[in-house]
Design a protein around this ligand. Structure first.
Ligand SMILES: NC(=O)c1ccc[n+]([C@@H]2O[C@H](COP(=O)([O-])OP(=O)(O)OC[C@H]3O[C@@H](n4cnc5c(N)ncnc54)[C@H](OP(=O)(O)O)[C@@H]3O)[C@@H](O)[C@H]2O)c1
Length: 240
């Protein structure tokens, strides 16, 4: 693995922790793997896009996060489990005074989530809105912390503020495209970390689900050659 920009140097997988760490700064970052034509899944999941370099950045991004946020669609389709950092990630977190594992935060309007699902076998937060069925809310409250933000839609700004008040300030959003689009539209995304996989998928679900009101400019913060044609890019999302 080799850092290409801003200053070329070779990297070990452990170097990725320091490279992705935002220090004490609170931020919301997206972490996605995409094909060259912007596709995020093939045959129903993102596995065909993954590679050793993507896996290394995926785990490093998790290791430096206070919480991993996903839309309920991604949690359901990808069969999410609790966030379990690798030993190197746990060691990095311990050195930096952070708890061993970040909680998983699932955003859902419908609360169509199985309380027996694997994702609730570790620390989990469910973010929903007032109109979600009270019975489902009560069932999920037995396996997760349930936060209510917004009336008939989840108000992500309110929800993220509540997470920050609970000390979860460095948020990693792992998907999916609906949630990422909502975050961009609400002006809540600070960074986007993309693994660019050298594949063309044709008509596949894309990174974003709808047109943005105005194009968002990205500033390249670093670029890594992950080997085998895989590129890892970290962008800052600048003001519209
Ligand atoms: N390549 C990658 O890096 C990557 C990453 C993640 C996902 N994916 C792929 O993307 C696909 C899933 O995409 P998706 O767009 O359907 O997933 P998603 O954004 O994770 O899920 C959509 C669902 O999440 C909830 N949700 C999302 N945004 C919300 C908001 N602003 N307010 C309230 N609820 C919100 C809703 O759940 P309820 O229906 O429960 O109300 C909504 O139906 C899968 O094929 C997956 O493999 C790829």
């Amino acid at each position: 693995m080799r850092l290409l920009l801003p200053q070329p140097r070779s990297l070990s997988p452990d170097d990725l922790h320091d490279l992705y760490d935002s220090g004490g700064n609170s931020l919301t970052r997206g972490g996605f793997v995409v094909s060259v034509d912007g596709g995020v899944s093939h045959a129903g999941g993102s596995r065909p896009l993954q590679s050793a370099a993507d896996e290394a950045s995926f785990h490093a991004l998790r290791a430096v996060a206070d919480a991993v946020v996903v839309g309920a669609g991604t949690a359901r389709v990808e069969g999410y489990g609790p966030v379990r950092p690798r030993p190197a990630g746990i060691a990095w977190r311990t050195r930096h005074g952070r708890p061993a594992a970040p909680p998983l935060v699932i955003v859902s309007q419908s609360l169509n989530l199985d309380p027996g699902a694997r994702c609730f076998s570790g620390p989990a937060v469910v973010v929903t809105c007032q109109t979600a069925a009270a019975r489902r809310r009560d069932q999920l409250a037995e396996v997760a912390t349930v936060l209510v933000a917004g009336q008939d839609r989840v108000d992500l700004a309110v929800a993220f503020q509540e997470l920050r008040e609970r000390g979860l300030t460095r948020l990693l959003c792992e998907g999916g495209p609906h949630l990422l689009t909502s975050l961009l539209t609400a002006g809540l995304l600070d960074e986007l970390c993309l693994t660019l996989t050298p594949l063309l998928l044709g008509s596949a679900p894309q990174l974003l689900t709808e047109a943005l009101g105005s194009p968002r400019r990205l500033e390249l913060l670093h670029l890594i050659d992950g080997g085998g044609g895989v590129l890892l890019a970290r962008y800052a999302v600048t003001a519209a």
